[in-house]
Design a protein around this ligand. Structure first.
Ligand SMILES: *Cc1c(COP(=O)(O)O)cnc(C)c1O
Length: 386
């Protein structure tokens, strides 16, 4: 049987895959079993921050693998502690809980808000407000947080205590707060799975202020937008605000599983022994990988991300078949005249791998993609969109 047939037979059918088998890669290029080369404009959904086979990354990962690959959280390991320290130093946050995925990082954020509110305001203060069209993960609780009904159907009852308000509507947010006495508010600054939709900057600042005034835990989901993706280390840094909690995952460990729930001053002491846990959380190989990635996301790299985002605009804005481009840095959503699915399928045929986000072509290339390769990929997308 071919690999496609074997997958169909034995792997749960939760993914609609493109007919490409990737066998290896180098940098921002994947090699297919079909002998073709593919320009990677998706980086495994914003995960392979420095592409494939980055030498420094490999050294960090293999170096840790040579020492010890796992110990459990019963003992101390250096990579976990050093990564928590670096995350706090780079963000002004205070403590970190490590898990293995974005959903797990958000679960922890929700638990932090609920425990904080329970202790401070009583057990009837538990609601979490999130935005319509958001995406926060696939567990039953993060699905409840996700403001898109299509993910909810068939899985009810979801975790209770979640309310969704439209992004950008401050009055709707305030009304929901008055009606539900919320423990916390969780949002993405750019809704990724929702179609690469930036949330209004004034709204973000106003909600931050309101949460401060009402002691509501203000949480940013940086799972997709984080770790340099938008041209800042974390996307909230575009808005001159500090969250009480942020979650991150995807690109943090450059291709190994990790999730981090990063706690600020307000909630830094919320968790005690036994309140939360994760067998693999803080895994030393993942944390060594993340240390290698995070320590290299410096100002020079962030400026290059911004510059490459501009390059995509220069190459695609106003081209026939291209309607608009949203997003920041190297997190971009392209609205095409043709259905986005058709454009992506045609691009794959021509050796370029972009992503989809709702009705848009989405680009999340490796942060260090060479400009020539990015330009080549954009040119092919433009041809496919014409
Ligand atoms: C991908 C994503 C998640 C879920 O992350 P997993 O690692 O798949 O659990 C949560 N929030 C946002 C904004 C995401 O983009």
């Amino acid at each position: 049987m071919s690999i496609f047939e074997l997958d169909k037979e034995y792997v749960a059918a939760t993914y609609k895959r493109f007919p490409v088998e990737i066998t290896s890669g180098k940098g921002s290029v994947y090699y297919g079993a079909d002998g073709k080369e593919y320009i990677d404009l998706g980086s495994g959904i914003g995960v392979n921050a420095f592409g494939v086979g980055d030498e420094e990354y490999k050294k960090a990962v293999i170096g840790q693998l040579d020492k010890v690959q796992h110990t459990s959280n019963l003992y101390y390991t250096e990579p976990c502690v050093k990564l928590a320290e670096l995350l706090c130093e780079r963000t002004g946050m205070k403590r970190v809980f490590f898990g293995n995925s974005g959903a797990e990082a958000n679960e922890c954020a929700i638990k932090a808000a609920r425990k904080y509110a329970d202790e401070k305001k009583g057990s009837d203060c538990f609601t979490i407000i999130t935005l319509v069209n958001s995406f926060h993960g696939r567990t039953l609780t993060t699905l409840a947080a996700t403001g898109q009904d299509k993910f909810h159907e068939l899985f009810r009852p979801l975790t209770p205590g979640f309310v969704h308000v439209p992004a950008g509507d401050l009055e709707a947010f305030k009304k929901a707060c008055e009606e539900t006495n919320p423990a916390g508010f969780l949002m993405e600054c750019i809704q990724g799975e929702g179609g690469v939709l930036p949330v209004d900057a004034d709204y973000i600042r106003a909600v931050r202020k309101y949460c401060d005034e009402h002691d509501i835990v203000f949480m940013i989901d940086e799972v997709q937008t984080g770790n340099g993706r938008t041209g800042k280390l974390y996307s909230y840094m575009h808005f001159d605000i500090q969250p009480d909690v942020f979650s991150t995952a995807k690109g943090l460990a450059g291709g190994l599983p990790i999730g981090a729930c990063v706690l600020g001053e307000k909630v830094k002491n919320v968790f005690g022994p036994g309140d939360h846990g994760s067998t693999f959380g803080g895994n030393p190989v993942s944390c060594a990988a993340a240390l290698s990635i995070l320590s290299r996301i410096d100002d020079t790299l962030l400026e290059s991300v911004t510059r490459k985002g501009r390059l995509v605009h220069e190459l695609l804005d106003g081209r026939p078949g291209i309607e608009s481009i949203t997003g920041l840095g190297l997190m971009l959503g392209i609205r095409t005249v043709k259905p986005a699915g058709e454009v992506v399928a045609a691009a794959i045929e021509k050796g370029v791998l972009p992503l989809l986000a709702k009705d848009k072509v989405r680009l999340l290339p490796p942060l260090n993609i060479p400009e020539e390769l990015l330009a080549k990929g954009c040119k092919i997308i433009a041809e496919c969109a014409e």
